[in-house]
Structure formats: structure tokens, C-alpha cells
Design a protein around this ligand. Structure first.
Ligand code: FE2
Length: 289
């Protein structure tokens, strides 16, 4: 009980908690191997337009992105492709992430993503009826793994009221050199700064990013790097500003993330992520709401 109380206190104060050893090395290895197999089976030929910018390619990029709400798709690192859309590194080193329904569609990820330890943690953090909306395997590839700029996850996974919680597990050691998370302790008490919204059909792009509050992003001296060992879980509030630097080291920095919202909140109709009706989101116990 004391542990639960301490967890809640640091959650309310800081907007994040760090749980070393949340999952054992064997489970991390199983997830890394499964991710490698998904990438190996992925045919990049059909998807090399993903980061091109002309309109037709942009539309197909949008379509693949939106469809991934109910699928398992591999997305490329921008620096993995040359101007002609050809891979400049081996495919296994070219993928930015796999998303966004691994936890529902892949048996290995499904097993990893559900269970009593998840349910207990979510309850301790105040999610009365958690629904796991998305999953991502983030590679942060050596040398080319790009920066993820300051943001708040409620920008992308919005509910009324805000309820999204991010769960991030290091599948490899995360350091300042290979692009660990940085957070602004207490920053979850600030406003939501941006909304990422679906646009009406027929426009150039399917989505757009709107600035809704002018509060500045944190200065680096107010941020805390979360250098953690493989197996550590970091949970963070949907309003907590966080970012990760590019990975310019020679080691990858794999992480797996889940995002859950409270079933009592209203999922925003203009969120990019709209689950297919045939795939209702499930709780950490594996059951639909
Ligand atoms: Fe994030």
C-alpha cells in the first residue's frame, strides 16, 4: 500500500513514474526478436513513397498512417531514404517504428501488453477503466534515429477530459548518447499546447497540427534525462512535455510504448487514430470495455 501511495504522490507531483525491472530480460528479447521478424517480412518496395512530399505520395502516406490505427505497419526513418526513395541503409536499420495495433493483432505483443501488472499500475495512476488505444515499437536506429521534438501525448490522443497515459518500456538501455527520453518534471500541470487533427476529406493533407496555447516548451535546463536500463518502464501523464534527441551513437535504442485512455472520457472525433468498428479497444485485462 505504501508503494502505491508513494507511486501516486510522485505521479501527482512529477507527472511521471519510473519502474525499473518491470519486465525481465527474456521477455524483452522475445519482443525484440518478434519486431525483427515483422521488419524482415515487411516488403519496403510497396512503401518507399512514405516520406516523399509530392501530393500523390503524401496522400498514400496519409492513407497508410491512418490505416495503421487498426493494423501493423512499418514506417521508415526519413534519413534511410535518398531523394529517389531508395534505401541508403539495410532495411533492418531503416525502420523508424512499427504501429499501431501490435498489442491487438500480434500474439507476442498481445501477451506482453496485457496482464495484472499492467492493470495494477494503470489503476494506481488513476485510470479507472483503461482502454489501450495504440502500441508502437520505436527503433531509434543507430546513426539515423531522428529527434522527436517536445510534445504532449494528449496532442495526438485527445479525450475530454484529457486522460491519456503513455507507458514506455526500454527494450535496450537508454542513455543520453542513444536518445533517451527527456521530461519536464511537473510540466503536466501546464496547458495542452497543440492538437493534431483529422481534416475534412479532399484537402491536401489528411491531418494538421494546430497551436492552441502559446506557452513555450521547456528549456533544456528544466528538463530531466531518463537514462534507464532495459526492462524499465516509464509512465507519463498525457500533458507532460517530453522529447528525445536523435541517436547519433552506434547502438540502437529500442523501446515499446502503449497508450491508454479512460473509458469514462470521450474519445475526440477528430483524433487521427480512429479504431475500426470491428476492433473495439481492450483493457489491460484483454477485455473490451
Ligand atoms: Fe510522446
Amino acid at each position: 500500500m505504501n508503494d502505491a501511495r508513494a507511486l501516486r504522490e510522485s505521479w501527482q507531483r512529477d507527472g511521471f513514474v519510473v519502474r525499473p525491472g518491470f519486465r525481465p530480460p527474456a521477455q524483452l528479447a522475445e519482443l525484440r526478436e518478434r519486431a525483427a521478424a515483422i521488419v524482415e517480412a515487411f516488403d519496403p518496395g510497396a512503401h518507399k513513397t512514405v516520406f516523399a512530399t509530392h501530393d500523390q505520395a503524401r496522400r498514400s502516406t496519409d492513407a497508410a498512417f491512418l490505416a495503421s490505427a487498426g493494423g501493423v505497419h512499418c514506417f521508415f526513418e526519413e534519413e534511410a531514404l535518398d531523394a529517389a526513395g531508395q534505401l541508403v541503409v539495410p532495411k533492418a536499420r531503416a525502420i523508424n517504428k512499427i504501429g499501431h495495433a501490435l498489442h491487438d493483432l500480434d500474439p507476442v505483443f498481445d501477451r506482453f501488453s496485457h496482464g495484472p501488472d499492467w492493470a495494477a499500475l494503470a489503476a494506481a495512476l488513476g485510470l479507472a477503466r483503461p482502454l489501450v488505444m495504440q502500441s508502437m515499437l520505436i527503433f531509434k536506429q543507430p546513426g539515423i534515429g531522428g529527434e522527436v521534438r517536445w510534445h504532449q501525448d494528449a496532442t495526438f490522443l485527445h479525450t475530454e477530459p484529457v486522460s491519456v497515459v503513455g507507458f514506455w518500456i526500454a527494450l535496450e538501455d537508454a542513455t543520453r548518447d542513444n536518445g533517451c527520453l527527456w521530461v519536464q518534471p511537473g510540466g503536466h500541470r501546464g496547458p495542452l499546447r497543440e492538437r493534431f487533427r483529422l481534416q475534412a476529406a479532399g484537402l491536401d493533407a489528411a491531418t494538421r497540427l494546430d497551436r492552441i496555447d502559446s506557452t513555450a516548451w521547456p528549456a533544456l535546463e528544466n528538463a530531466q534525462p531518463l537514462e534507464v536500463e532495459a526492462g524499465t518502464l516509464v509512465a507519463f501523464h498525457g500533458l507532460l512535455p517530453h522529447y528525445s534527441a536523435a541517436n547519433r551513437s552506434s547502438a540502437s535504442r529500442l523501446a515499446y510504448t502503449l497508450h491508454a485512455v479512460d473509458a469514462a472520457s470521450a474519445w475526440s472525433a477528430d483524433n487521427w487514430l480512429q479504431r475500426p468498428a470491428a476492433m473495439p479497444p481492450r483493457g489491460f485485462d484483454g477485455r473490451p470495455a
